[in-house]
Design a protein around this ligand. Structure first.
Ligand code: ADP
Ligand code: MG
Length: 257
């Protein structure tokens, strides 16, 4: 299997005043070019930690993370990262936020920004400022900014978690559109089972304390998918059943750190 991202025997421990906290244990994952992987798991199971390590934002760990065969040692523009909060520059309008450090007076930048504005469906809002945008629109600007850098992989950490259900559904459509047009490799963290199944070629189900991969479910359904279809619901139930097994039995005590 050709892989773009390879994670081997990844272990991560945080040293805290209360002692070491193992956040990730023996994570192994191979991602194919153009694949859409979603990661789902209970709060605190290490999803954000894993994504940050892939992004090169956290390099203190054991094990190896290789992007196109190169060891990930620092953040770089070939690893796009989308946070739950959009982190736009409030003083720049939409097109300038997308261009960021690149100059719009360069014809190839201008052309690509215009194309991305169309892809993320923000035509007419080029000159708008972040304060004038809804949460979903702001996230689309953040995604366009990441895509302008042609990342090898786009990492999204609960990108739609703060949005209402309707906007979330719309954003899922936009993201699938982007993926189908660009074939950017996507790794998206979510706590929404529907979202995980709807978007993914494979759903990675994680377990907590310490964070491990419990199971990987391949979603063998063609696009466009229908959330109400029987086959979709079967996948949904399959992922949900793993989740229900993860949950601690009643009275097991409070494991919160
Ligand atoms: P998730 O994103 O799945 O909710 P995180 O990756 O944020 O989980 O956290 C995984 C575990 O690591 C949790 O137990 C959390 O408390 C711990 N953790 C995360 N970041 C730090 C940190 N900077 N220092 C100490 N512990 C941390
Ligand atoms: Mg998180």
């Amino acid at each position: 299997m050709r892989t773009i991202l390879s994670i081997e025997n990844l272990n991560k421990t945080f040293e805290t005043p209360a002692g070491p906290v193992q956040a990730l244990r023996d994570i192994k994952l191979q991602v194919k070019p153009g694949e859409f992987v979603t990661i789902i798991g209970p709060s605190g199971c290490g999803k954000s930690t894993l994504l940050k390590i892939i992004a090169g934002l956290d390099i203190v760990h054991d094990g190896e993370v290789l992007l196109e065969g190169q060891k990930v040692e620092r953040p770089s523009i070939d690893k796009g990262f989308i946070f739950q909060e959009h982190r736009l520059f409030p003083w720049l309008n939409v097109e300038r936020n997308i261009a960021a450090d690149l100059s719009l007076s360069q014809p190839e930048v201008r052309q690509k920004v215009d194309e991305l504005i169309r892809i993320v469906r923000l035509e007419g809002f080029e000159k708008a400022f972040p304060r004038e945008l809804s949460g979903g629109m702001s996230q689309r600007v953040a995604i366009a900014r990441a895509l302008l850098r042609s990342p090898k992989v786009l990492l999204l950490d609960e990108p739609f978690g703060a949005l209402d259900a309707f906007t979330r559904g719309h954003m899922q459509e936009v993201l699938l559109d982007i993926w189908q047009q660009n074939r950017t490799t996507m790794i998206l963290v979510t706590h929404d089972i529907d979202e995980a199944v709807y978007l993914a070629d494979r759903v990675v189900i994680m377990d907590a304390r310490p964070g491990t991969i419990r199971r990987i479910v391949g979603v063998d359904l063609p696009f466009p998918r229908k959330k109400s279809s029987t086959s979709f619901q079967e996948y949904r139930r399959l992922v949900l059943s793993e989740f229900e097994r993860i949950e601690e039995p009643a009275g097991a005590g409070n494991y919160d750190i």
